[in-house]
Ligand binder design. Sequence first.
Ligand code: PMP
Length: 359
Amino acid sequence: MRVHNFAAGPAALPLEVLERAQSELTDFNGLGMSVMEISHRSKDFVAVASESEALLRELLGVPEGYTVLFLQGGATGQFAAIPMNLTASGASADYLNTGSWSKKAIAEAGKYVQVNVLADEKASNYSTTPAAESISVSPGAAYLHYTANETIGGVEFGYVPETGDVPLVADFSSTIMSRPIDVSKFGLIYAGAQKNLGPSGITVVIVRDDLVGTARPETPSVLDYAAMGGADSMLNTPPTFGWYLLGLNLEWIRDNGGLTGMAERNERKARTLYDAIDTLDFYSNPVEPGSRSWMNVPFLLANADLDKEFLAQADAAGLTNLAGHRSVGGMRASIYNATSQESVEALVDFLKEFERTHA
Ligand code: PMP
């Protein structure tokens, strides 16, 4: 039996994707071997790699003039790779601080560049995004970095920051493929796969070509966009199984209405859950309504002494992985693409029942 899985990442994958992988597990393409057991340079794997890249480009509408990379090291690796690739020693870069993942990106970048924190949402306890008109890039900044969706805080930008000629760099780890975006506004988009793209172990970077080829000489080759791009992300052995699953997941997105289909599905799920949290007295979501995430919905119980019991009863009802991040406590329901409306409705029914029996 499959549970209602609200994990923040690694997160639920569509059942159809898992079943397809299962059906091909021991014999991929009639080879008598699994996709994990063949060379990344074989014709069959190279087809997996190029088809998944083509589909990602099609679904996201990646314009000409962008390189798509499939890397290792997670989004965390990119926290370092971005300043290493986009700046020379002594440069400065702008960062927006909207919560936990922004802070990590800022700390890592600080090893390589002078970081200007243009906006810091501390005053609202990171429950807001900065006003669009308040963002004005610093003179000489090499790029502006922001976290499109804060996975822990449940804060998502409802707009794309305006940076003029300064390249815009965005961490889309927990919101990529959840709705259409205009890639042409960005210099670089990156995302760890383990929420909306596939399993952990693979990281997607979409980078405008003028930002490729400018890496510092000491940049490790596996993090160097020009070196990896020139080798079709196969300078070394890529995570082949994860790449394959990512491809299957993209096919599922395509077959379910593409990013417009995902947006409709995700908007409806988010509305269902926020409406319940706002309507019921026993639960609250701390995020300013205009900055609420479609993907990660943190919430608090009116009585935190009941947190453990809530989680135990939810688990028993087949609703799993609802504990908030260990740094903030409370609850969090992550409702990525693969989470169904039915799962969200099961959660809402549970919220009502728990309130009825405990408030
Ligand atoms: N950025 C965001 C927004 C994230 O949610 C995460 C992971 N939860 C990371 C970065 C770090 O990703 P990774 O674990 O792939 O390094």
